[in-house]
Design a protein around this ligand. Structure first.
Ligand SMILES: C[S@@+](CC[C@H](N)C(=O)[O-])C[C@H]1O[C@@H](n2cnc3c(N)ncnc32)[C@H](O)[C@@H]1O
Length: 244
């Protein structure tokens, strides 16, 4: 199977932005998270303020998520390869944003569900979908979710990825328990987020979820950690867990 045509993505971005300018509803004043999280949400706790960066900043968010140098530190090909052969599988990308990972997985999997709580990103991904080559178009589905529910159908997903989004989720153990209902037994959950170490990108340390915290939360919610990798990505840790 062919790898995604990454050169098409800048065009998709322009087209998606145009579509969002014309069609996408906003979140009614709710701010959307940026990768850099300039005024980020604390990692946990009920008092956690909404992540900042803003309704008016959608184009900046898209530019942030799709920045050209991201491929250097994010290594999307290496990350996706951790899920193994996706042929015949359904993958859910929780907090998909512009679909940075979603659309790279579409050519590889049977189906990829781009899940997000922000209707602007849903509209953005839908605008990309219509421009996908015919053979890939039906493999993608966007899904508007709730902050406390990824809205997966029972046992729908063989694999789930949560990249740069875990820290935005509140009541994470409860969230993971709900998520687990949508994942097949033995299914993969790949979580990638920023390491604590005063990095040049990502949120300030106090707003990050530590690797040990993620491990503890996974253990409390029906997932078994299969692999932890602190080394492959400069700024981020990788956790691969399996649904029990
Ligand atoms: C920093 S972006 C990451 C986007 C994408 N995963 C990437 O790596 O490019 C975080 C995304 O998570 C979404 N998000 C925040 N909280 C969420 C939740 N509880 N459920 C699903 N998506 C959420 C935001 O709307 C945003 O699109």
């Amino acid at each position: 199977m062919k790898r995604p045509k990454t050169l098409l993505f800048p065009l998709f971005i322009l087209l998606g932005l145009q579509a969002c300018r014309n069609e996408a509803p906003t979140m009614g004043g709710t701010d959307a998270p940026s990768m850099t999280r300039e005024k980020p949400a604390p990692a946990s706790g009920a008092e956690r303020p909404a992540p900042k960066s803003g309704a008016g900043n959608f184009e900046a968010l898209v530019a942030d998520y799709e920045s050209q140098d991201r491929v250097i530190w994010q290594k999307p090909g290496m990350v996706i390869a951790l899920l193994g052969d996706l042929k015949g599988k359904t993958v859910a990308d929780i907090g998909a944003g512009t679909g940075y990972f979603t659309f790279r997985m579409v050519p590889l999997a049977d189906k990829v569900i781009g899940v997000d709580i922000d209707p602007r990103f849903i509209a953005f991904m839908d605008s990309i979908k219509v421009r996908l080559p015919n053979q890939y178009r039906d493999r993608f589905e966007s899904r508007l979710a709730k902050p406390d529910d990824p809205m997966l159908k029972p046992l729908e997903a063989d694999a789930v990825v949560i990249v740069n989004t875990y820290g935005y989720i509140e009541n994470r153990v409860r969230y993971l328990q709900t998520l687990a209902k949508g994942v097949k037994p033995g299914g993969d959950l790949l979580i990638i987020d920023f390491k604590k170490n005063n990095l040049p990108i990502g949120p300030p340390d106090e707003y990050k979820v530590s690797l040990s915290e993620v491990e503890r939360e996974l253990a409390a919610s029906g997932f078994e950690v299969a692999k932890v990798d602190r080394a492959s990505l400069d700024y981020q840790y990788i956790i691969l867990a399996k649904k029990k």
